[in-house]
Design a protein around this ligand. Structure first.
Ligand code: NDP
Length: 336
């Protein structure tokens, strides 16, 4: 079978491509310009003609994916902006929503061969920011960030703008599916990851140019940018990028995943958990907050693991494994 992966040059997407290639699939990746194709071609050169790249310049244009979808058996749509620099919420919302509905429309119009579409959503579309600790599940939707953006526009917090873009995009995918399910030969699976960390394969010449989540990890763990209070008290939930790549591949091969949104989380963390693990493997890195007691940490954003376990059954890498492998990767690049 052949899989179309959008935004194939992204941090997560490269691991998604690799997971499909490792399972024997052909992969067609989309990038926004030819300049982003070369790194991918050389990265996957051992797979020969099983990997190809096509350019889709502007995913917000009607029919943008009309050619890219032709002849594929499944689609993994990962392309979406993840940064906190937007002034107008629409800078994130328009590509997130139109990119998603656009690829579904192109599949409907031009790709009768497609059997399944995977959309990379986020726990940002699940959680509700709250001062109390809470366990969220696939039943939950982040209405709060949409409301904040509606009310405050460009004065909404950067994270609310991003979270609103992901919630609106995922909702648009399910709405499109409900409306067109009788006309199409595919079903929908949505993957909702929390923060994603782990070694990277995409193109980044220096740490400042890493994607949002891994750059934050690098600055915290390697550069020691967070104070002791933040290290012990700030955190969220996370998943290793390699496990998330596998999740996308399993979401295509596991029949029973059909029609589900699936949270893919390895568990909660405080930043000091990563700092402690890093200091163990690389004693030259900052020790951080040595008074922190993980047993006493209160985790505010926790996700129910059951659906992932039942439908995909991934056994997640440990936090120590993710930390060690990420640092080994940074070291090999001369970044430590
Ligand atoms: P990256 O920034 O590494 O990758 C984002 C990808 O989307 C790139 O290919 C990028 O292309 C493309 N993209 C961004 N903006 C646009 C746009 N306006 N038009 C077309 N393409 C665009 O981020 P990640 O790999 O981290 O993110 C991938 C997906 O995973 C996103 O959907 C994100 O929301 C989701 N996600 C990420 C999490 C994380 O912690 N990293 C957590 C949960 C979900 P280009 O390189 O040309 O800009």
């Amino acid at each position: 079978g052949k899989i179309l992966v959008t935004g194939a040059n992204g941090y997560i997407a490269v691991w998604v491509v690799k997971a499909f290639l490792d399972k024997g699939f052909f992969v067609r990746g989309t990038v926004r310009s030819e300049s982003k194709a070369g790194h991918l071609r050389s990265l996957f050169k051992d797979f020969g003609d099983k990997f190809e790249v096509v350019v889709v310049e502007d995913i917000t244009k009607d029919g943008a994916f009309d050619e890219a979808v032709v002849g594929v058996d499944a689609i993994a749509h990962t392309a979406s902006p993840f940064h906190f620099k937007a002034v107008e919420p629409e800078e994130l919302i328009v590509p997130a929503v139109h990119g998603t509905t656009g690829i579904l429309a192109s599949a409907l119009k031009n790709a009768p061969s497609v059997k399944r579409i995977i959309v990379t959503s986020s726990c940002a579309a699940v959680l509700t920011p709250s001062p109390d600790p809470r366990v969220f599940s696939e039943e939950d939707w982040n209405e709060a960030s949409i409301a904040e953006v509606k009310e405050k526009g460009k004065d909404a917090t950067p994270i609310a703008k991003y979270r609103a873009s992901k919630t609106l995009a995922e909702r648009a995918a399910w709405d499109f599916w409900s409306k067109h399910k009788s006309e199409v030969g595919w079903d929908l699976v949505v993957i909702n990851p929390p923060f994603v960390f782990g070694p990277f394969l995409h193109e980044a010449d220096k740490p400042e140019n890493l994607n949002e989540s891994l750059r934050d990890w690098y600055e915290t763990v390697v550069k020691g940018t967070k104070d002791k209070d933040a290290l012990a008290n700030l955190g969220s939930s996370y998943v290793d990028v390699r496990d998330l790549g596998l999740a996308h591949a399993l979401a295509v091969t596991k029949e029973e995943a059909s029609g589900n949104r699936i949270i893919v989380s390895a568990g909660p963390y405080k930043w000091q958990d990563f700092v402690t693990a890093a200091h163990k493997y690389y004693p030259n890195l900052p020790a951080g907050n040595t008074e922190y007691d993980p047993a006493k940490a209160t985790h505010y954003l926790v996700y129910a693991p059951e659906k992932q376990q039942r439908l995909l059954g991934i056994k997640f890498r440990t936090l120590e494994e993710t930390t060690k492998d990420t640092l080994d990767d940074f070291k090999a690049r001369g970044w430590l």
